[in-house]
Design a protein around this ligand. Structure first.
Ligand SMILES: Nc1ncnc2c1ncn2[C@@H]1O[C@H](COP(=O)(O)OP(=O)(O)OP(=O)(O)O)[C@@H](O)[C@H]1O
Length: 222
């Protein structure tokens, strides 16, 4: 269970310039639920995701995931928690363009220093699942948008996280690739993952396997 308790995030650029990006948000997300956060640009979706992941700290309120009060964890514990529990899929993929597909997918494992055999097995599992095995030695910048997306998804799954956070995952994809991404999402949902997608792509709003579409406006949940 992920619980957001009266969560507020204020960005203070200077004394006269404050943005309330998230305003008193309360939300409970059950295990294996798929939630879509929908809202216009600037409504606060990405900020909510980064608070859930412990990438930033709330101004007030808290985030609790399972037994962990994520928003109260010191940074090094928060990053450990993230590494073990959360997979990220970003709009711009955040891949390293000059590295190969396999090298990019293995990046999240670097802190764990796995044996070659372990790394090979994990690579095989995720590349097969997300159908990118045939490109394993290709440099990422030579891949199409859809292929880069699959590398990013494969990378998000190397630690087999139980929570997946996707921020505008289809923003750079055409309709066909977006529909393909949605099929991957359906699979991840069937695997029992808890998934939170922030998007303004209408393709996500009537899917039969989405549990809830939650509208965010001006930092508040409607
Ligand atoms: N680091 C920051 N410093 C100052 N203001 C910020 C920061 N991050 C976000 N904001 C502001 O907080 C508000 C919410 O931004 P956020 O990125 O969460 O919206 P969003 O709904 O994800 O938008 P988009 O769909 O464009 O990504 C915006 O007004 C934004 O300008």
């Amino acid at each position: 269970m992920i619980i957001l308790k009266d969560l507020t995030k204020v960005f203070e650029l200077n004394k006269n310039n404050k943005t309330v990006a998230v305003n008193s948000v309360n939300l409970e997300i059950k295990e294996s639920e798929l939630i879509v956060l929908k809202g216009a640009s600037g409504s606060g979706k990405s900020t909510i995701l980064s608070l859930i992941a412990g990438l930033s700290k709330p101004t007030t309120g808290e985030v609790v995931i399972g037994e962990n009060r994520v928003s109260k964890l010191p940074d090094n514990f928060a990053s450990l928690f993230r590494r073990e529990n959360i997979g990220f899929i970003f709009q711009k993929y955040n891949l390293i363009p000059t590295l190969s597909v396999s090298e990019n997918i293995l990046v999240p494992l670097i802190p764990q220093n796995p044996s070659n055999l372990e790394a090979k097995e994990i690579l095989k599992r995720v590349m097969k699942k997300f159908k990118i095995e045939h490109k394993k030695d290709e440099i990422v910048k030579n891949l199409s948008g859809g292929e880069q997306q699959r590398v990013a998804i494969a990378r998000s799954q190397v630690n087999n996280p139980n929570i997946i956070i996707a921020d505008e995952p289809t923003a750079n994809l055409d309709k066909e690739l977006s529909l393909h991404f949605i099929e991957i999402l359906r699979e991840l949902k069937n695997d029992g993952k808890t998934i939170i997608v922030a998007t303004h792509d209408p393709l996500f709003f009537d899917l039969d396997f989405v549990d809830r579409v939650i509208e965010v406006s001006n930092g508040e949940i409607l």
